[in-house]
Design a protein around this ligand. Structure first.
Ligand code: ZN
Ligand code: ZN
Ligand code: ZN
Ligand code: ZN
Length: 219
């Protein structure tokens, strides 16, 4: 299948959290809704913009990305992609949350993982398959209808390693160990509402060891 088929009409990248206008067919990333000019559909100009989640397409893209990972496991993550996705949003919870950097205490479903003892990060296997993931944590399917998406959960030892890294690392994107609907990750201050995953090499590796895919954090 041609990847162009899944291109977002706003950002021209593979569509993330696909939605489409109720009046026309082109797809776009849900993250653009907040930025639409005059709340118009960017394709047919219908306003206000009414849309539906394109769950079927979200799943197809998810599966294509999974297949692509098997074929080319070392793809470079694209900058910014994660920041446009809001992990807290779902079809059941349309409420939008602004980039509230100062309201971390109010997080409903994403919260910093507190507690910490310093432990050493295990750092001896670059393998990305499920066997190695199970050594550091687990990937658990999310509830219906999102069972093609996964929570990435570290085991106790790996959680300690992640916390130790957060406390020791000066990288601004190793700010907090966040926990939310898609699991736990080391990320920056916007991690409460975005996939603000760290790009610090050691922090990123700790995320990837439990199955975080920087190209598609839902999977
Ligand atoms: Zn887009
Ligand atoms: Zn439209
Ligand atoms: Zn996905
Ligand atoms: Zn770091």
């Amino acid at each position: 299948m041609d990847a162009k088929f899944f291109e977002c009409i706003v950002c021209f990248e593979a569509c993330r959290d696909c939605i489409n206008c109720l009046k026309c067919n082109p797809i776009l990333c849900k993250s653009h809704v907040a930025e639409l000019h005059r709340d118009q559909c960017p394709s047919c100009r219908d306003e206000p913009f009414h849309y539906q989640e394109n769950v079927a397409l979200q799943r197809i893209i998810c599966q294509m990305n999974a297949a692509a990972r098997v074929a080319a496991p070392t793809g470079e993550p694209r900058e910014n992609v994660a920041a446009r996705v809001e992990p807290e949003e779902s079809a059941e919870e349309p409420e939008e949350e602004p980039d509230a950097e100062d309201s971390a205490e109010e997080a409903a479903t994403v919260e910093p993982v507190e507690t910490a003892e310093e432990t050493e990060a295990e750092d001896n296997d670059n393998n990305d398959d499920n066997d190695s993931i199970s050594r550091y944590g687990s990937k658990v399917p999310r509830p219906h209808p999102y069972e093609d998406q996964y929570r990435k959960l570290p085991n106790d030892a790996h959680k300690e390693a992640m916390l130790a890294h957060v406390h020791g690392c000066q990288d601004s994107k190793c700010h907090t160990l966040w926990r939310g609907p898609w699991g736990s990750f080391i990320g920056g201050r916007k991690g409460k509402t975005h996939f603000h995953l760290t790009n610090c090499p050691a922090g990123k590796r700790l995320n990837e060891l439990i199955g975080w895919d920087y190209d598609d954090p839902h999977c």
